[in-house]
Design a binder for this molecule. Structure first.
Ligand code: PLP
Length: 371
């Protein structure tokens, strides 16, 4: 075996996105003990930083030591009890995974379905809530990375609360890339990921629970089926001021990386980060449209950080993507499900969302498609 030296790529797919050099160098700093008082100070700062970018006062805000999918499981495993009726809105891959979580936990999933590329329909959600008065949770994906569609989280949460439901919202791709306000919008349980718009490495899932969600958790009749993700236990490790006891070994250096990512977002300002993602999306959009390439999602529901575009007629999908990777060190994403072979998913997330990358992507595509 030899040391592994990866090529330097530009990551314009659905994640991971490019990791900022400041974050990479933060992760290379010396490892200290995870109960070292200095490290405990870092943990407290991470919690505060996450609260700021989530726009929440929720005390239970922390990073799960595992990727976004584990944040998803943490929300469902803690809040869904056997027999619970849960509305899951499905308009792409990640909604389907939410449903899988509900049924594996013994809950009953009631589906609100929208086509891939569309936003979740508030009217359909309301209709389904009317017809199922015993539903206790509404779950949906804010930013569907499989299609590039954005749903109106504020409106969906409002309806859910009118029917006394708590809300579970996937913001893995939206956090720091598009407007998101946990407290103002009434999101009760939220999970995200570090490798999309936070410019950081894969492997950590920031989550946050409201008082309403904590109440549901603390009045469970059954214990949480996952030991690792049981927030009753994890909270003792992450809660401020409490005497910290060993739960698991935190990924110390990865958390240095998340901390640096939060420092950088706060330096930029989270609203400015949303605006940068929008600005750069428009730049890419204008360039692609000038080449005759069209978007899958209509303008109103389009995510700035994930651009799904139709592959031009007669173009070999796999060949273009492999030429981009091999000749330009540029990664873009393939289509999924019904859109496999039909669309490309071009990500502009976090540190990737920069003008120079857009210029590279547009000129590389022009060269390849011109041949
Ligand atoms: C990437 C992603 C996930 C999964 O995150 P992992 O870190 O890959 O586990 C979940 N939901 C959405 C919307 C995503 O884009």
């Amino acid at each position: 075996m030899q040391s592994f030296n990866p090529p330097v790529r530009t990551l314009m797919g659905p994640g991971p996105s490019d990791v900022h050099p400041r974050i990479l160098s933060a992760m290379a700093r010396p490892t200290i003990g995870h109960l070292d008082p200095v490290f405990v100070g870092l943990m407290d700062e991470i919690k505060e930083g996450l609260k700021t970018i989530f726009k929440t006062e929720n005390e239970l805000t922390m990073p799960v030591s595992a990727p976004g999918s584990a944040g998803m499981e943490a929300c469902f495993a803690n809040l869904v009890e056997p027999g619970d009726k849960v509305i899951v809105c499905i308009n792409g891959v990640f909604g389907m995974r939410m449903k899988e979580n509900v049924t594996r936990l013994g809950g009953e999933a009631i589906i609100v379905e929208d086509s891939w590329g569309e936003a979740v329909s508030a009217d359909k959600l309301e209709e389904t809530l009317k017809n199922n008065p015993d539903v206790v949770i509404v779950a949906f994906v804010h930013a569907e990375t499989s299609t590039g569609a954005q749903s109106d989280a504020k409106a969906l949460c409002k309806i859910a609360h009118q029917y006394d439901c708590i809300t579970i919202v996937d913001t893995v791709t939206s956090l720091a890339g598009t407007e998101l306000r946990v407290d103002e919008w009434g999101i009760d349980a939220i999970y995200s990921g570090t490798q999309k718009c936070l410019s950081a490495m894969p492997g950590i899932s920031p989550i946050s629970f409201s008082e309403r969600a904590i109440k549901k958790l603390s009045t469970r009749k059954t214990s949480v089926s996952s030991w690792f993700l049981d927030l009753n236990l994890v909270m003792r490790y992450w809660s401020k001021g409490a005497k910290r006891t060993y739960h698991h070994t935190a990924p110390v250096n990865t958390l240095y990386g998340l901390h640096e990512s939060l420092v950088m977002i706060l330096e930029e300002g989270v609203e400015n980060s949303w605006a940068r993602h929008q600005r750069n999306h428009e730049l890419l959009r204008d360039g692609l449209e000038a080449m005759g390439i069209n978007f899958l999602v209509n303008k109103k529901n389009r995510l700035p950080q994930l651009n799904s575009v139709f592959i031009p007629e007669g173009v070999d999908d796999a060949q273009v993507r492999s030429t981009l990777l091999n000749d330009y060190n540029l990664e873009i994403g393939a289509g999924l499900g019904v859109y496999a072979g039909k669309v490309w998913r071009i990500g502009l997330m976090g540190y990737t969302s920069r003008k120079e990358n857009i210029v590279l992507c547009l000129s590389a595509l022009k060269e390849i498609l011109g041949k």
